[in-house]
Design a protein around this ligand. Structure first.
Ligand SMILES: Cc1ncc(COP(=O)(O)O)c(C=O)c1O
Length: 432
C-alpha cells in the first residue's frame, strides 16, 4: 500500500507529489509535512489493528509511516522506539501530581530519542537506493544515524561540532561512520552538510530539513496514544480488559506532554503524530504540548511569546549541548505544536537543568542535560500553578546521562575519598 500522497509546505501550504521534491519547499524553503493517505489507511486497518501487531518497536506503526519495511530483522534498527513509560511514586509525591508519567527515550538502541528519526530515514534511504547518508548533529542525531546505518551496512557521514561531548563522538566513531568534526557550532555543521550533500549527491538526514525525520519522531506520539488508550483508559474504565480498547475515538485533550526543544523537530514530530491520528479520526482532542528550552537557547520560545512565526536566531549558550541551537531548523512548526494544542513554552536555566538531572537520577532515570530539560520545565509549570494535581502529565527524557558525564558530575554530590581501612569508614559514617 502506498501510504503517502505527497508533501505540503508548512509555510505556504503548496502541495507536491511524492517524487516532485526531496527536502524543503522550492518556493520558500519551508519544511515539508508528509501527507498520509488516510483513506487508504482506513480501508486497510482500523485503530484496533495496530495493538495486535506484535513488534515491540516503532516498526509496529509501519502502516502509518511513509516508508516500506526496511528489513534489518534481528538488528538494532528493529529495536528503535517502544520505550518504557514509568510513573515514579517519589516524583509524583514531590510534585503533587498523582497522574505523572515519564517516557524514557534513553532506552533506545543508541540511547536517545533520535533513533526514531534515524531509523525511518534509513528506511527511506534504502527505498531510494541512497549510497551514503549524511547528517549534521550536536551528537545524538549523528550517533543514531551512525548506529542505525551500521546495523544494516549503510554508509554514513556525520558532521558534528568539535566541542560535542566525547561520549557522543566516541559513539559515532565506534559505529564506523565517517566522522568530520567542524571547528564551529552546530549551525555551521548544518549548513556545511547541506552543501556537501548537494556537491557529492549524498542523502541528507538533517533534522527538519529532511521530511522523514518528523515522521520518525511522530512514532513517540503513536506510542503515547496507544499506551494512553490501553493503559490509562484501563485505570478509569472498569470494563476495559484488553488492548482492543485502542482507538475508540480516545480523548487525549486531558494529557499534557513536556518536551525539550532545540531545532524543534521532536516537538513538531510529536505534534504531527497526533495530527495524523486526528485526521484518521482515531482521537478526538489533541494533548497540550509544552516545549521547554534552555534560557541560553530560546529562539523558539521567544517567537512563541511574541505571537508571530518569525524565528530570530540567538547566540546559543547552554550546557545542554543537544538543544544549543542558534537558528532552529524547525522553529515554525515547533511554535505551532504548542500554540495549536493549547500548550505553551517554558524556559529553564542551566542550574535548573542540573537540578532536574539530580531529581530524575533519584528515581533511577539517568538523563543528559537536554533530556532533563523537559522535567525542569514541568517543575517550573507546577511552581507557577500552570499544571495542577488534576492534570495528566507525561514528560519525555530524550537522552541518556551517559552521553555527557561531565554535566552529570556537575549535577552530582561529591563522593568522599577515604583510606582503605574500616576505621576510615566508621569515621566517615560517625560510627564507633
Ligand atoms: C537528547 C535530546 N533532547 C532534545 C533534543 C531536541 O530535539 P530538537 O532539536 O528536534 O528540538 C535533542 C536534539 O538533538 C536531543 O539530542
Amino acid at each position: 500500500m502506498n501510504k503517502m500522497l505527497g508533501y505540503r509546505c508548512s509555510l505556504c501550504s503548496q502541495e507536491y507529489g511524492p517524487n516532485e521534491v526531496q527536502y524543503t519547499c522550492p518556493k520558500d524553503g519551508g519544511n515539508l509535512d508528509v501527507i498520509l493517505d488516510t483513506e487508504a489507511i482506513h480501508r486497510s486497518l482500523g485503530p484496533a489493528g495496530l495493538p495486535m501487531i506484535e513488534e515491540p518497536s516503532l516498526w509496529r506503526y509501519l502502516p502509518l509511516l511513509p516508508v516500506q519495511d526496511p528489513g534489518g530483522l534481528d538488528t538494532p534498527l528493529r529495536a528503535a522506539g517502544w520505550t518504557p513509560i514509568f510513573s515514579p511514586p517519589r516524583l509524583k509525591q514531590e510534585l503533587g501530581l498523582p497522574h505523572l508519567w515519564i517516557k524514557d527515550e534513553s532506552r533506545n538502541p543508541t540511547a536517545s530519542f533520535k533513533d526514531r528519526a534515524s531509523a525511518v530515514v534509513i528506511a527511506r534511504a534504502r527505498q531510494i537506493g541512497a549510497e551514503v547518508v549524511v547528517t549534521a548533529s550536536t551528537g545524538n542525531a549523528g550517533a543514531a544515524l551512525a548506529g542505525m546505518a551500521a546495523a544494516v551496512g549503510q554508509k554514513a557521514v556525520i558532521f558534528a561540532p568539535r566541542a560535542a561531548p566525547p561520549a557522543k563522538i566516541a559513539q559515532l566513531l565506534i559505529f564506523g561512520a565517517q566522522v568530520i568534526l567542524v571547528d564551529g557550532v552546530y549551525d555551521d555543521a548544518f549548513d556545511l552538510t547541506i552543501q556537501a550533500s548537494q556537491e557529492f549527491g549524498w542523502y541528507c538526514r538533517n533534522t527538519g530539513y529532511n521530511p522523514f525525520t518528523a515522521e520518525g519522531k511522530k512514532t513517540a506520539a503513536l506510542e503515547i496514544w496507544e499506551w494512553f488508550t490501553c493503559h490509562v483508559a484501563s485505570l478509569t474504565c472498569p470494563t476495559f480488559n484488553d488492548r482492543r480498547y485502542v482507538g475508540q475515538g480516545a480523548d487525549l485533550s486531558k494529557l499534557n506532554i513536556f518536551v525539550s526543544v532545540g531545532d524543534g523537530n521532536i516537538i513538531s514530530g510529536i505534534h504531527k503524530g497526533f495530527r495524523d491520528l486526528h485526521a484518521l479520526g482515531w482521537i478526538q482532542g489533541l494533548p497540550r504540548i509544552y516545549g521547554v528550552q534552555a534560557e541560553g537557547s530560546a529562539a523558539i520560545a521567544n517567537t512563541f511569546y511574541t505571537g508571530d512565526e518569525n524565528i530570530i536566531p540567538v547566540q546559543a549558550n547552554t550546557l545542554a549541548d543537544s538543544i544549543s541551537v542558534d537558528l532552529p531548523r524547525d522553529g515554525v512548526r515547533a511554535v505551532r505544536a504548542a500554540r495549536q494544542t493549547g500548550g505553551s513554552y517554558l524556559l529553564v536555566s542551566d542550574a535548573e537543568i542540573l537540578q532536574a538531572i539530580a531529581a530524575l537520577g533519584k528515581v533511577g532515570i539517568f538523563a543528559e542535560p537536554a533530556g532533563a530539560t523537559a522535567y525542569a520545565g514541568l517543575q517550573k509549570a507546577v511552581a507557577r500553578g500552570q499544571i495542577t494535581a488534576d492534570d495528566l502529565v507525561l514528560v519525555l527524557n530524550t537522552g541518556s546521562g551517559l552521553k555527557d558525564v561531565r554535566a552529570a558530575m556537575q549535577a552530582a554530590p561529591e563522593a568522599p575519598v577515604i583510606e582503605p581501612r574500616l576505621e576510615a569508614v566508621k569515621n566517615l559514617l560517625g560510627r564507633k
